[in-house]
Design a protein around this ligand. Structure first.
Ligand code: NAD
Length: 337
């Protein structure tokens, strides 16, 4: 059977990116929508064949409990709403796929993990790059020793933030600025490319607080991660320039992705420079999103744990909190391991 998904939040990502992906899936289907905009929900439902009885709003959301078609709730809301809608889904007896960053704090992540555990339900975070073929091949090359002993990692992620009224630029809704939204891709890549957990962080922030977009959240933040093997990672994110790049250097060569974590058009080079572009083998799904949706579906069907569970989101939030602390206190922060 196909696993049924309810999409919560019909915004740029939920409606624009995720919903059209079900046609690429083998084990997942769209069965319900949760939206504050009833007219929009009806329009989307008509387009994708979702029955009227499976349309919900934020008030009657908890009644998803009575809808056996829904196996998984996919939370595509602003970050500050992730914890509430994940916990309510778990209490309604549903598995949860929650978008990144998992929540606005590590404490919220912990309560989400506890709620899903208590309900006996799975919790996965929307780290789509774990299902993207270039990233998977880059990880394989790093682990296989293709570039020798790993020494240094670099990643920059940025885009130009526009509307100052967007929830992304409101601290209470986003939990933070570029680091929370896209710096998390650099942080994730530093961890999955090295296969290690950082032991300390050092960060500096550069933000023009007179820019109306950056009254509440950071623009540019640079963070260094120290890994147990001696690998150093130098990462940065920003809301004032477009950049999407991952570079891992080893004693025998380099693994480079640019763009590295885009929706499409990612490219990979392995070797001394960019002379050897690698065409990766196909990923687990027809697209990175199909791979992600079907992975969760298979976890539900077989009882396996997702490869990017809530604990993975929590790890990132703990490091992100240490990065912000380091920038604030202008000192290196040691991470509990
Ligand atoms: P968006 O603003 O386009 O959509 C957010 C949706 O939430 C909208 O439909 C909005 O109506 C709804 N909403 C409900 N209550 C709201 C409130 N109080 N304030 C604002 N919106 C409210 O945002 P998005 O880009 O779709 O992001 C949603 C989530 O998806 C975020 O967690 C984001 O980090 C994540 N995301 C992930 C990726 C990825 O590649 N994995 C890409 C984009 C976004």
């Amino acid at each position: 059977r196909k696993v049924g998904y309810a999409i919560v939040g019909l915004g740029g990502y939920g409606l624009g990116v995720i919903i059209p992906q079900f046609k690429n899936c083998q084990h997942s289907r769209l069965v319900a929508l949760v939206s504050g905009d009833a007219a929009k929900a009806r329009r989307v439902a008509a387009e994708y064949g979702v029955p009227d009885r499976s349309l919900y709003n934020y008030q009657n959301y908890d009644s998803i409990r009575d809808n056996p078609d829904i196996d998984v709730v996919y939370v595509c809301l602003p970050v500050a709403m992730h914890a509430e809608y994940t916990i309510r889904a778990a209490k309604a007896g549903k598995h949860v796929l929650c978008e990144k960053p998992m929540a606005v704090s590590a404490a919220e992540c912990e309560s989400m993990i506890a709620a899903c555990k208590q309900a006996g339900k799975k919790l996965m975070i929307g780290y789509r790059c774990h299902f993207e073929e270039n990233n998977l091949e880059a990880i394989r090359c790093a682990r296989a020793g293709d570039i020798g002993k790993l020494r240094y990692f670099r990643s920059e992620h940025g885009f130009v933030a526009g509307n100052p009224n967007s929830w992304r630029l409101k601290k209470a809704m986003s939990g933070g600025g570029s680091l929370m939204d896209i710096g998390i891709y650099a942080l994730q890549a530093a961890r999955y490319m090295t296969g290690e957990e950082p032991i300390s962080v050092y960060a500096t922030e550069r933000t023009d607080r007179n820019d109306p977009r950056f009254r509440e959240v950071e623009d540019m933040i640079e963070f260094e991660l120290e890994f147990p093997s001696g690998v150093l990672a130098s990462c940065m994110s920003m809301y004032s320039a477009n950049q999407n790049h991952i570079l891992l250097m080893g004693e025998k060569g380099r693994i480079e992705l640019e763009p590295g974590t885009s929706y499409a058009g990612n490219r990979l080079w392995v070797g001394k420079g960019r002379e050897n572009e690698v065409r990766p083998p196909p990923g687990p799904g027809a697209t990175q999103w199909a791979g992600q949706l079907d992975h969760m579906a298979q976890c539900v069907l077989t009882g396996r744990e997702p490869i990017v569970p809530g604990e993975e989101g929590l790890r990132d939030l703990r490091i992100i909190e240490a990065i912000y602390q380091s920038a604030r206190e202008r000192r290196r922060v040691v991470l509990r391991t």
